[in-house]
Design a protein around this ligand. Sequence first.
Ligand SMILES: C[S@@+](CC[C@H](N)C(=O)[O-])C[C@H]1O[C@@H](n2cnc3c(N)ncnc32)[C@H](O)[C@@H]1O
Length: 262
Amino acid sequence: MALDTAYHGDPRKYDRTRGLPPAVQEAIVAALAAAFPARARVLDLGAGSGRFALPLAAQGFRVVAADLAAEMLAHLRAKQPPGAASPASVQADACRLPFRRVAFPAAFSVHTLHLVADLNAAVAEIARVVQLGGVFALGYIDHDLDAPIGWTLHAWRAALARRGYDLSRPMWRDHPDIVAALTRRFGAPHTRVAARWQGQVAPAAALESVSERLFTPYWGLPDAEHAEIVAELRRAARRAFGGDLHTPRPDPRRFVWHFFRR
Ligand SMILES: C[S@@+](CC[C@H](N)C(=O)[O-])C[C@H]1O[C@@H](n2cnc3c(N)ncnc32)[C@H](O)[C@@H]1O
């Protein structure tokens, strides 16, 4: 059976927990729009509930929102303002796209390529559907490693590595591996930090997001081993954050776009 990496959680909860400050959201979409030909047909690979597909469509781009999860696409459609330009939604696997060759002058993907079953197959599909001279943009949120969210993600990955797990497998694959695979295919990207902002996060809240597997890098382990690692991280967090896990701390982050030229 193919690996099921579709998001089957509640799309409303997804939106509540992935919200961006409005000015940050605007800056991210503006940087993306500036890299694409005006009103172009654009593929959003792993569009989810439309965090980027919807605002891009509102700017006149003809967006095709592709995602493995029917639930996420249904939520995306439900959020479309009446009468507004709407993305077309297509349930699809990034490793086997149902689009013809060179169908898009532009495509992008945010927080999705770490999930796909076969990264090289997904990269080959991107190369197939994007026109020569077109653009593929990879986007993600990058966290400071000594602030709660980045520290927690790093500690989780270190715990997996200590147990001998392969960190390049789906869900745990990290952005540098994805950038390297895309660079092998398309050459070095043009990189732009589209927004910087600062959240306030208590280490306990960051640990809670691991415990309840809120984010996809925390998927993939059997429950018992998952719980063991969470307990390990709690002990390490007490040492790292001086015992106080409940006071919110600054958590600086930035949104990075890598623009690859096909
Ligand atoms: C973390 S969400 C990101 C959604 C959206 N890009 C965003 O930034 O809000 C990852 C999305 O990738 C989708 N996904 C997972 N595996 C996929 C695959 N092989 N092909 C297409 N979409 C996939 C999931 O269903 C989910 O909606």
